[in-house]
Design a protein around this ligand. Sequence first.
Ligand SMILES: [Zn+2]
Length: 302
Amino acid sequence: MKKNKASILLFHRVYPVRDVMWDPMDPKRFENILKFVKKNYTVLPLLEILDTKPASVKKPLAAITFDDGYRDYIEYSLPIMDRLKIASSIYVVTDCISKNKPTWTFEVDYLFFNTNKLQIDWTIDTSFLPDDCRKDKFINKQELIAFCLKFKQYIKKIPEEKRRILLQNLLRSFNDVTIPSDLMMSWKEVKQIINAGVEVGSHTVTHPPLATLSKVDLDKELQESKAEFFNNTGINTRVISYPVGSYNQQVKEASLLAGYDFGLAVNHTIHDVNNGDAFEIPRIELYNEPFWKSWLRIKQYR
Ligand SMILES: [Zn+2]
């Protein structure tokens, strides 16, 4: 029997202004990708694929997903998808929606890129940091940005308390930067897109890499985001999208116990509809790059 496959695509921001640190997908590129997907795949809402496991008769299956909850989803992505009659789902960070602030991963990029300082004032004991993440003076902006890329990879893997302390230090040190406050959707907008037929789910409370958390913090992120989501929308979300694709066996089990039906990863593989693990649903992330590169990712030609 032929295996039933679904390519589940992951986007974040779709926006026409370029950003050196974390480049959003250009709307024209986004539209070209979706036209390609519509032509070659049967595009369905993700939950429909996961719940009903439909047979892919003529074309393979595909679903379109978004993480984080940026408002540009409403401004740029939705109009394009509406025009092409393509369904999508989006997973929001509940604290970011409630407090109208971007994710910490966005904040780190934004701080390093926008500060005029070439120095980090470490006001904490940095002896636990590896040598290349402990620097405090930089010759130029390039060096600072190169440091940021290394630093970001490092802090995704450390325990939550340490990450929080380091982020607070960065915010204090780069106090010449104001983090933008109008980038995320409001709960009102989340409700509007739900009413318009978009599937919305949880992407935790504060966007931590879940595999780095203690059991207590892990349960808190899973349960409180579900509760906050319900309080604001009246909907019991069934899907958790793991921030920065971070999960392990403990995360999968805790997600099931917290009442989720599905956990979304970022494993850059095609989902096996009938036999895939419900708490390890793979997604293929796409970036703002020439179409042929996105095409290779979607087809999983390596
Ligand atoms: Zn995210």
